[in-house]
Ligand binder design. Sequence first.
Ligand code: NDP
Length: 280
Amino acid sequence: SAESAGTIVLPSGEEIAAAGQGTWYLGEDPGRREQEIAALRLGVDLGMTVLDTAEMYGDGAAEELVGEALRGRRDEVFLVSKVLPGHADRKGTVAACEGSLRRLGTDRLDLYLLHWRGRWPLEETLAGFTDLMEAGKIRYWGVSNLDVADMTELATLPGGDAVAVDQVLYNLSRRGIEWDLLPWCREAEVAVMAYSPIEQGRILGAEALGAVARALGATPAQVALAWVLEQGVSAIPRSGSPDHVRENRGAVDLRLPTEALEVLDAAFPPPTAATPLEML
Ligand code: NDP
C-alpha cells in the first residue's frame, strides 16, 4: 500500500501509528489492574502509541487506568477519547472533555471523538470541539459510528470538513464499509480507525484464518490485524495481556501475499451491496 510502513496519515499530514491499543473493559477488575497497565505500557514501548479510550468505558475507569499507565510518558502517545452523545451539546462537550482530561491526568487530548450520533445537532458538538481546539485542550476532533449520510451532512457544516477521523467497526467479518464509507473517507481524506478489529476474539477460530496463519508462520490474530492494516485503515485491538500485545504488534510487520488475501476473501466475502453501518 501507499502508506509508509506502520502509519496512517491524518488530513493535517501528521502520521500516527497504524496499530494502536483499545481500552474498552479495561480498568474494571482490580485483580487485573497491574497486568493491564503492564500491557498498555508494553504496547507503547513497542510503538502501539495510539491509545483509544472513552468517558463511557467503565464510567471513567478506563481513562483512569490509561492515566496511570501513562504517568511520566504522556508525550510518547497519541491519546484519543470520546464524548457520549448525551453530553454532546456545546457546553456539555467541553465539560465532558475536561472530565476526561482530569481522569487521564493530562492537559490535552490528541483526538476527541463524538462516540456516536445522538439527539444533539452535529453543529452543537462541532461548536464544542471548536471551543476545545481554541483552548488547546484537543489537537484534532473526529467522529465514530457515522455512516456516509451522516458524514456527508457533517462535511457540509461550516468547519465540518475539519473532521480528522471516523472510527468504525471493521474487521474480516464486518466488511460493509468497503462498499461506500471507506471510499467516501478516502476521497474526503478522512482517516478511518477500525474498532473491534478482531471482532472481540470471535473470528479467531475461523478455519480460513487458521490456515493462512499456519502458512505464514503467524497467528490468527496477527493475520486478522494485518488484513485491516492492509486496507490503509488503522486498528486499535484491546488486550489486557502483555503476551497478546506483543503478538498483536507482530501484525505490523506481517505482509499478506495475494494467495492469503484470496483465501480470506473466500471465507469473508466483501460486500456486494450497500449495508447500513454496523456497530457494537
Ligand atoms: P477487539 O476486537 O480488540 O478484541 C478484544 C478481545 O480480544 C479481548 O477479549 C482480548 O482479550 C482479546 N485479544 C486481544 N488480542 C488477542 C490475541 N492476540 N489473541 C487472542 N485474543 C486476543 O475488541 P474491542 O471491542 O475491545 O475493540 C477494540 C477497541 O476499539 C476497544 O477496546 C475500544 O477502545 C474501541 N471500540 C470503539 C467503539 C466505538 O463505538 N467507537 C466500539 C467498540 C470498541 P485479552 O485481554 O485476554 O487479550
